[in-house]
Write a protein that binds this ligand. Structure first.
Ligand code: C2O
Ligand code: CU
Ligand code: CU
Length: 432
């Protein structure tokens, strides 16, 4: 915190070497180190400044995924940070307590840069939208779990080519948590809170616990849900977050796993898009005696519902081969002009058999319905900025655009399969 009370962070994007469990170091990228980046943390109401220095040999940007902030600070592809340059975005944090993240967003290079290791978490604290009795001790009972798949060649280097038949880009055969291969967590409390982030470039994870026990879903992309939900499986597509509580008994071991994302995955998805793969993600090892955690509260926080009757505008976004509504990303083209302080309803639909998703910058949305009238999973009951679009299906979502207007600087919306994004499955909107 500087003398003006601003919270100042430094991020240096750099190349390095990391032991990823392959016997020899792998070439990786990171912020302030060889791989990944620090967890940033700020309180609602705080002014933050991030001094970003680009020590890579190519352009980059840093985008604050899930953050409500002015378009000029958002790290979109229209404002590259050149090699050697420093850029210092600043904004006032004003949104509920949540698990957000940051990653590069340069034109056509997002998949590569994230895959090499440029990613980190950004946690927001806010007592008004949090529950004091939930596990809160970072690294003890409140654990960031950034999950990424990686593919390696025979020399232990990251392979960047896609798997045969993959339409979604790189699919790895090993899974890292916070950059660590074969990870385990020593659990010392009866409840452990996992802040799950799928920071893969393409892979969809469908999490469960090795003995099939249920766990408690408490939060989604934009913060806590209104109440906890017991679930046995939880699907996260790339960019999505979920906060869950796992109840542990003394001395036991249980493994967080990922298995096939049926029922949504059709045959081609299972065969070619990684949908049939299984992984052990993280082993939880309980100590012989556990400190008792407070009981899971029966309600969490207020999630005020947005009213579709108040929508000033409705739009349709159809995600097809590598475009949205038949158009690929083009600098300078604005796909939607939104009025500040208005509410909009968008129908976002996958017109295709390949997995896609919808992600929008600046706002958190609420899901109103699935386009085929089918069930909406509990993960979609709270604030979201990214949603998986099942093949040939989608969702009606509602969002409110507030505070920041800038007709000259666009925000992005796109598919968060990063290869699709790089290939042009992205549009731009301005708030005026
Ligand atoms: Cu996580 Cu526009 O991205
Ligand atoms: Cu984003
Ligand atoms: Cu896509």
């Amino acid at each position: 915190v500087d003398k003006d009370g601003r919270r100042v962070f430094e991020l240096r994007a750099q190349a390095g070497q990391t032991d990823l469990g392959r016997g020899e170091p792998s070439a990786t990228w990171g912020y302030n180190g060889a791989h990944l980046g620090p967890t940033l943390r700020a309180k609602r109401g705080e002014q933050v400044v991030v001094n970003i220095t680009n020590q890579l040999g190519e352009d980059t940007t840093v985008h604050w995924h899930g953050m409500h902030l002015p378009a000029r600070m958002d790290g979109g592809p229209d404002r590259p940070i050149r090699p050697g340059e420093t850029f210092a975005p600043r904004w006032r944090v004003d949104q509920p307590a949540a698990t957000l993240w940051y990653h590069p967003h340069p034109h056509e290079r997002t998949e590569t840069q994230v895959y090499r290791g440029l990613a980190g978490m950004f946690l927001i604290d806010d007592p008004d939208t949090d529950v004091a009795t939930l596990p809160h001790e970072y690294g003890v009972d409140d654990i960031p779990v950034m999950v990424q798949d990686k593919a390696f060649d025979d020399d232990g280097q990251l392979t960047e080519s896609g798997r045969f038949g993959s339409e979604i880009g790189i699919l790895g055969d090993s899974v890292l948590v916070n950059g660590v291969p074969g990870p385990y967590l020593d659990v010392t409390t009866t409840l452990v809170r996992l802040r799950l982030l799928n920071a893969s470039t393409a892979r969809i994870f469908n999490f469960s616990l090795s003995d099939g026990r249920p766990f408690t879903l408490i939060g989604s992309d934009g913060g806590l849900l209104d109440r906890p939900h017991q679930v046995e499986r939880l699907m996260l597509s790339t960019g999505e977050r979920a906060e869950v509580l796992v109840a542990m008994r003394p001395g036991e071991r249980v493994v967080l796993r990922s298995g096939p994302p049926a029922p949504e995955g059709d045959f081609a998805t299972r065969r070619f898009q990684g949908g049939g793969d299984r992984f052990d993600v993280l082993e939880l090892r309980a100590a012989a005696t556990l400190k008792p955690s407070p009981a899971v509260p029966s309600t969490l926080v207020a999630v005020p519902r947005l009213d579709p009757a108040s929508a000033a505008e409705t739009r349709e976004m159809r995600f097809s081969t590598r475009d949205i509504n038949g158009r690929k990303m083009e600098h300078g083209r604005v796909d939607a002009v939104v009025t500040r302080d208005s509410t909009e309803v968008w129908t976002v639909r996958n017109g295709h058999g390949t997995p896609h998703s919808f992600h929008i910058h600046d706002v958190q949305f609420q899901v109103l319905a699935r386009t085929d009238g089918g069930p909406v999973p509990p993960l979609l009951s709270g604030w979201k900025d990214t949603v998986y679009l099942p093949p040939h299906e989608g969702y009606r979502v509602i969002m409110r655009f507030t505070d920041f207007a800038d007709p000259a600087t666009p925000y992005m919306f796109h598919c968060h399969v990063l290869r699709h994004e790089d290939e042009g499955m992205m549009g731009q909107f301005v708030v005026v």
